[in-house]
Design a protein around this ligand. Sequence first.
Ligand SMILES: NC(=O)c1ccc[n+]([C@@H]2O[C@H](COP(=O)([O-])OP(=O)(O)OC[C@H]3O[C@@H](n4cnc5c(N)ncnc54)[C@H](OP(=O)(O)O)[C@@H]3O)[C@@H](O)[C@H]2O)c1
Length: 319
Amino acid sequence: MRAVRLEQYGDPSGLVPADVPAPTPTAGQILIRTAAIGVGGVDAVMRRGTLVRVAPEGIVPGSEVAGVVEQVGDGVDPGWVGRRVWATPGLLGGYAEQVTAHLDDVTELPDDLSFVDAAALGSAATVAHFALEHARFAPGERVLVRGAAGSIGISAVELAARRGAAAVAVTTSSAQRGERLRALGATHVLDRNGAGDDDASYDVVVDIVGGPDQARFIDRLAPNGRLVLVGGVAGFPPDDFGAALIRSFQQSRSFATFSLNTIAVDRRNAARADLLRAAARGDLTPVVHDVLPLDRAADAHRQMDDGAVLGRIVLVPEG
Ligand SMILES: NC(=O)c1ccc[n+]([C@@H]2O[C@H](COP(=O)([O-])OP(=O)(O)OC[C@H]3O[C@@H](n4cnc5c(N)ncnc54)[C@H](OP(=O)(O)O)[C@@H]3O)[C@@H](O)[C@H]2O)c1
């Protein structure tokens, strides 16, 4: 089958199309013929190899696919064959025509949601939903989404707005992307430093960026405000970032990390199914920046490295 391998950590040219053996589903797994493959910020972080090197070079990246079940492993109901699904194979294996996934990591798609839209939303919207829950977001609160132009941020903006936030501020480096985010529910657009048309404080900060400016955003929390670090597209925060919390002791601010891995499988899958149904109804917006052939995964990563992407790029196998 056709796949894209990471032959070398570093720049996107390390992503090389190749013919590789198709995987076989083991007990509890299904085999999916992919129709759409999400290219996530996590893939770019992993490809650069600066934060983590999860495996020797030669791995197939990709953690999110949508397609049709072709085969089932031992212990799986054969009735799954032919169903349209979203699935994650884990952190690796997605940039391929055929992908195996454990049934715990599979969600059946509503009939009227496209594979491309499912691949754009299945992971990001679920992360955004539980990040807001982890932050104990309540209607009427003010929310700041840092790094809002990516898929997780877009869903966090839309979910916070639809669930009654009093304000939803976003950080973005692009005025044009800021306008698109306003159309999805953002009320204020700030630059990456947090400067812009709102200098107030926030009850909740959903932070997908991390990195050297972390303390600046802890300082934007209102009394009893909660910052939840969901991603690290700018790398690790500096060691002394917690000093901003300690200095503001009397404001009872909180900092937390959040990983979807800590959410029980049944809750995660139920929430994802709900979110995909919401998307099929038009109540949640898949933002697809570009659709490219699978072989052009390196071009997708170039666009991400150039900072030109709003939402997700989706790869489609050509076979
Ligand atoms: N917690 C979880 O369970 C979970 C699950 C999956 C992924 N993740 C993490 O989420 C992150 C990817 O999320 P994503 O795909 O939504 O994000 P993304 O598209 O990679 O990036 C989001 C936005 O951040 C801004 N940005 C990029 N570099 C920046 C920098 N150096 N400083 C400030 N802003 C910067 C860019 O917007 P502008 O140019 O407009 O500013 C970009 O569009 C990864 O770190 C991944 O590991 C977490």
